[in-house]
Design a protein around this ligand. Structure first.
Ligand SMILES: CC(C)(COP(=O)(O)OP(=O)(O)OC[C@H]1O[C@@H](n2cnc3c(N)ncnc32)[C@H](O)[C@@H]1OP(=O)(O)O)[C@@H](O)C(=O)NCCC(=O)NCCSC(=O)C[C@H](O)C(=O)O
Ligand SMILES: [Mg+2]
Length: 279
């Protein structure tokens, strides 16, 4: 079974045909066609039709295709949901998710057999609803939680700065909820476009927090995010050593062994096998 990689999820305005055409050749794992914040109100209907046309045209290869719709309580949300629920999108990303009732309304709008839901956690209410959303994930076919750090910082009236300190509790809570539900956790975007060191530091923080990957706003961010969220050479070496150690004579029936001065359990063997399977 190959693990589906979600190291990089690149947003692009669904109104930008040039960006969408470019996406068919970009190395990102996920393409997010955005109908929400990146599209001006007078462009919404045209962008929605462009999403239908572009997904119908195909050509995105193995990239996961996600459409971010407008929230159902906006003038465009219901039409977005109706337009995208049966066009072959791999998932629908829903902004400002804040309750199980809101999740149920989206599930209803997309129909039970419609695409899986990816929910953006980007409001204070959404952060407080994380345990309930995690508990409802299976029934509602919620498949990912995605941090919306711009909106969350705005509502919290905090100033994240380079270390995003004010947001770390919410980010860790999102990862915790995603792990409890057995679903994907994606970090928020980094708005700094020409600051590779800041971007790399934010990716490293996202890895340390346990995120599966990061949402991006520019193709130039893809390579650094892949380097951060993919297995490093050290990760691979350790994984291979763990696998070899448990395969060694006398260890086959052991639950825990000593390796390089550390206790290694069978859970680490499963992790090691998953890391090796990624490359
Ligand atoms: C941020 C940008 C507006 C910058 O655009 P621009 O100045 O045009 O970038 P470049 O000149 O460097 O572009 C170089 C080429 O790359 C293409 N490009 C740029 N961005 C993308 C993209 N996201 N996807 C695909 N291709 C892209 C340009 O077309 C150029 O190509 P070419 O013309 O062939 O040379 C722009 O990067 C942009 O629009 N980014 C996406 C913005 C977006 O989608 N925002 C919404 C999601 S973020 C969010 O909402 C956060 C969340 O909700 C929260 O609350 O935190
Ligand atoms: Mg947002």
């Amino acid at each position: 079974m190959t693990l589906r990689r979600r190291r990089t999820a690149l947003y692009m305005p669904a109104s930008n045909a040039r960006a969408i055409a470019k996406a068919r050749g970009l190395a990102c794992d996920v393409v997010i066609l955005d109908l929400e914040d990146a599209v001006a109100p007078d462009e919404k209907a045209r962008a929605r039709q462009q999403v239908v046309d572009e997904i119908g045209a195909g050509g995105f290869g193995t990239r996961e295709l996600v459409v971010r719709i407008n929230a159902l309580d906006t003038p465009w949300g219901a039409d977005d949901a109706a337009a995208v629920r049966a066009i072959g999108a791999d998932a629908v990303l829903v902004p400002k998710m804040a309750s199980v009732s809101g999740l149920a309304a989206v599930r209803h709008a997309l129909r039970e057999d419609g695409p899986p839901i990816w929910a953006m956690i980007e409001t204070c209410a959404g952060v407080l609803a994380l345990p309930a959303l995690a508990a409802a994930a299976g029934e509602m076919r919620l498949a990912a939680l995605v941090a919306g750090t711009n909106d969350l910082a705005k509502e919290m009236r905090c100033r994240p700065g380079a270390d995003r300190m004010p947001l770390v509790p919410a980010l860790a809570g999102l990862v915790t909820a995603a792990r409890a539900a057995g679903i994907v956790a994606l970090d928020g975007v980094c708005n700094a476009l020409d600051a590779p060191d800041r971007f790399a530091a934010e990716c490293a923080q996202g890895v340390a927090l346990g995120f599966d990957g990061k949402t991006l706003i520019h193709p130039a961010q893809i390579d650094a995010a892949h380097a951060a969220f993919g297995p490093s050479a050290e990760d691979l070496a350790w994984a291979r050593a763990v696998i070899a150690a448990f395969a060694a004579p006398g260890n086959a029936d052991k639950g825990a062994i000593r390796l390089d001065g550390q206790m290694v359990e069978r859970l680490h063997l499963a992790e090691a096998e998953a890391v090796v399977a990624e490359v």
